[in-house]
Design a binder for this molecule. Structure first.
Ligand code: BGC
Length: 360
């Protein structure tokens, strides 16, 4: 009798253990901040896709704080994750968090932003960020004619490797047009000084980004645009061309330029296809955005995680050097969105429902 009871008890214990193993979080996801619609969107699309794939995962936010990011990684590692998908708050600072995961035998997937300066990154899931910058350049060049057009450059946070890739792409297209006098850069003497150089070193890019950074922050973007406008003489205004690094900062910068009585017309770029910016495009207040289909990025990240869980290696079409190693990656293409194709690219494609917009 006693033995039978013990047997039942140990069987029950095994069942509980089995369930615990089943419920174990296999994939940990760490995103930079809840304060930008971009990353809330990634979370939502991750949760949807994970549910469909039947994978147990947990999403944590770092709230712009590398110490919190590291604590998030430690907590996920202690829960027994096998794969970490992480979009770093600060690409260099996140190396320590990646090392923690790597030491615990966890595969590390850098998501959207590259973690720099460590060998602890197994894979990079990303859009083609150089193409994003080239799309801004192509758009602005397509709207300019003659010589001496006023160009204002803005960039993302210097702690984000993407800010460099976007800038590199934009420079590739804009530099020849600055060198030939089509554009005059009005808000960065460093860019003016380097305008004859087709390819910039990381340090040279950093010197320009240092002058025109928005820190990916709307308030900083607005303040910088207002300071630039205050410093600019009337002839540096009129029709202006603005390379803005993403939708949130583009709206802030666009509002500042729209409020200046000496600015008669502006063209401004963006990226992320945020709902608020799609409305700005419909209303003619933002000229373009770059659609980076987060559904594809999430799908690629989950597929890579599943490959790692199954002991396989995810597909690679190129590598990105992170200052320490060449990280394998398969970048995803991007789409330029303007008033002309906004309905097809955003609504008809199912990216955002029409009910979000007025005047489509
Ligand atoms: C992302 C952009 C985003 C920006 C600010 C970049 O690394 O690629 O999509 O707008 O960070 O969060």
């Amino acid at each position: 009798m006693k033995r039978a009871a013990m047997l039942i008890a140990s069987l029950l214990f095994l069942v509980v253990l089995g369930n615990a193993a089943f419920a174990q979080v296999k994939v940990g996801i760490v995103l930079p901040t809840k304060d930008e619609p971009r990353w809330i969107q990634d979370q939502t699309r991750f949760l949807d896709a994970l549910k469909t794939a039947g994978i147990s995962a947990e999403v944590l936010f770092s709230q712009g704080d590398s110490a919190k990011e590291r604590a998030n990684v430690e907590s996920l590692v202690s829960k027994g994750i096998k794969v970490l998908i992480i979009c770093p708050q600060d690409g260099t600072a996140a190396a320590a968090a990646a090392d923690v995961a790597n030491k615990a035998g966890v595969k590390v997937i850098s998501y959207d932003r590259l973690i720099r300066g460590t060998a602890s990154v197994d894979y990079y899931v990303t859009f083609d960020s150089v193409q994003v910058g080239m799309a801004w350049g192509d758009y602005l060049v397509s709207k300019a004619s003659g010589k001496g057009n006023n160009l204002y450059l803005y960039a993302g946070a210097a702690s984000d490797n993407n800010a460099f890739l976007f800038f590199e792409g934009a420079w590739k297209v804009l530099q020849p047009k600055i060198a030939d006098g089509t554009f005059i850069v009005r808000n960065s003497d460093k860019a003016v000084a380097l305008s004859k150089k087709a390819t910039l070193t990381r340090d040279e890019m950093a010197s320009i980004i240092g002058q025109v950074t928005t820190n990916w922050n709307f308030a900083d973007a607005k303040a910088k645009a207002e300071a630039n406008l205050t410093a600019a003489k009337k002839e540096m205004k009129g029709t202006v061309y603005i390379a803005a690094p993403n939708d949130g900062t583009a709206r802030a910068i666009a509002d500042a330029f729209a409020a200046d009585k000496d600015v008669t017309k502006y063209y401004i770029t963006g990226q992320d296809a945020e709902i608020a910016s799609i409305q700005y495009i419909i209303d003619g207040k933002q000229s373009m955005t770059v659609l980076k289909d987060v559904r594809i990025l999430v799908k690629d990240a989950i597929a890579a995680a599943v490959d790692f869980l199954n002991g396989k290696v995810p597909p690679k079409t190129t590598t990105y050097n992170n200052g320490k190693i060449d990280v394998p990656a398969k970048p995803t293409m991007i789409t330029t969105v303007t008033k002309e194709n906004v309905k097809a690219a955003i609504v008809d494609s199912g990216y955002w429902p029409a009910s979000n917009f007025k005047g489509l």
